[in-house]
Design a protein around this ligand. Structure first.
Ligand code: NAP
Ligand code: 3JN
Length: 350
């Protein structure tokens, strides 16, 4: 087991990269050196790590020559181009993009749920999609207790999930609207999906499109939730469908999750189980108007669960409201937690 690692953050200037730096400032992983990488555009910028200014370097294959662990969050094409170069140089890659998530040789890991999968890594470990991660943290304890037959999830996703430029766009749209501008005249161009044909205002709006449309009228984000859940839970039989919606919240995704359990349970038993679960905080007291809120979860590593109630018609049907910081548990914290777990399991080697 190493007494200290050289780590690199690829995409260090982005929404996720910024939070990766914060999580590395707090980690108990032994660190020797931190290297910040981005495109040529940002090379030479200085970012703070534990109060010390570090220069951002341009990403090249040679960047990994002396790196033990690299966190990638610079888009799928960057991971496609550089992850194998890093692995060739002996670096373990923890990848935040969807590039390798469904590869059969790549573990897709939420440490509270399936850390054993890390034992099979061959250099790359994939971090799931943010919406999948918080749902897994909330559902795994229930699956262990009584099994889960079916999941129907609707998400209310924060703008920061679409990157730093999307956040700036929504702030601009909000300002323009408050200054009296009509919706059709607002500055658009990034949301709902920068690469898609049409763009719509997101400020004061809910958009039922996250990522591009794909098969059967579902978006790629919705397919990610379906396919990643089956892989993480190692259950191809679980019935699951998703509707992913972007709302004008800056940080933290909220999810309304309906489940049908395999065996009988009760609200009290579900609450007790979730209260004991790793990474879960139950906030659920309707008499005091207590339930998880996006704003309250910002900056926290936990997944907050509330509004636990039975379905009024379906036996074994239950509803939950699940909220978590999409940039922390949904991305940066889950990635650093994977690195800590690899270290604890003595698996930081290719
Ligand atoms: P962002 O705010 O737009 O930041 C993108 C980062 O990638 C910037 O640091 C940018 O550097 C860097 N970059 C872009 N092209 C590059 C290249 N050719 N070479 C090196 N660096 C490059 O985006 P974000 O929200 O942080 O997301 C980044 C990626 O993380 C996404 O594309 C996605 O794959 C993944 N992500 C995952 C989750 C999740 O659910 N787990 C959530 C959000 C994002 P410059 O400053 O040089 O442009
Ligand atoms: O929109 C969100 O709230 C989450 C976005 C995640 C994301 C954004 C751009 C590209 C991903 C992802 O993690 O699935 C990707 C991608 O790598 O496909």
């Amino acid at each position: 087991m190493s007494d200290g690692y050289n780590v690199a953050v690829v995409g260090a200037t982005g929404a996720v990269g910024t939070k990766l730096i914060e999580m590395l400032e707090q980690t108990n992983l032994p660190l020797k050196k931190v290297k910040l990488l981005a495109s040529k555009r940002s090379a030479g910028r200085k970012l703070l790590f534990k109060g010390e200014g570090l220069f951002v370097e341009e990403l090249t294959a040679e960047s990994f020559d002396d790196v033990d662990i690299a966190f990638f969050s610079a888009g799928g094409s960057t991971s496609q181009q550089f992850a194998s170069e890093a692995v060739k140089r002996g670096t373990v890659v923890i990848d935040n993009t969807s590039q390798f998530r469904m590869d059969k040789d790549t573990p897709l890991v939420v440490p509270e749920v399936n850390k054993e999968a890390l034992k099979k890594h061959q250099g790359i470990v994939a971090n799931p999609n943010c919406s999948t991660i918080q749902m897994m943290v909330a559902l795994e304890p229930i699956k262990k207790l009584v099994g889960i037959d079916r999941v129907i999830v609707s998400t209310y996703q924060a703008v920061s999930g679409a990157g730093a430029r999307a956040v700036e766009e929504v702030k601009q749209q909000a300002k323009e609207t408050l200054d009296g501008e009509l919706p059709e005249n607002l500055t658009t161009g990034i949301l709902p999906v920068a690469s898609d044909k049409k763009h719509y205002p997101q400020a004061f709006n809910a958009l039922a499109q996250i990522d591009e449309f794909a098969e059967e009228g579902y978006t790629k984000e919705e397919w990610k939730m379906v396919n990643e859940t089956k892989k993480i839970m190692a259950d191809n039989q679980i019935k699951i469908s998703a509707t992913c919606v972007r709302v004008p919240v800056i940080t933290s995704h909220s999810e309304s999750i309906y489940i049908e359990t395999k065996e009988e349970t009760s609200v009290a038993q579900l609450r007790e189980t979730l209260e004991k679960a790793d990474g879960v905080v139950v906030e659920d007291d309707p008499s005091q108007q207590i339930y998880p809120q996006a704003l309250n979860s910002v900056g926290k590593k936990d997944t907050f669960v509330g509004r636990i109630r039975r379905d009024l018609d379906i036996d074994n049907g239950y509803h939950l409201w699940v909220v978590s910081d999409n940039l922390l548990k949904g991305a940066a914290w889950n990635s650093v937690q994977i690195a800590e777990t690899l270290h604890e399991m003595d698996l930081v080697h290719v």
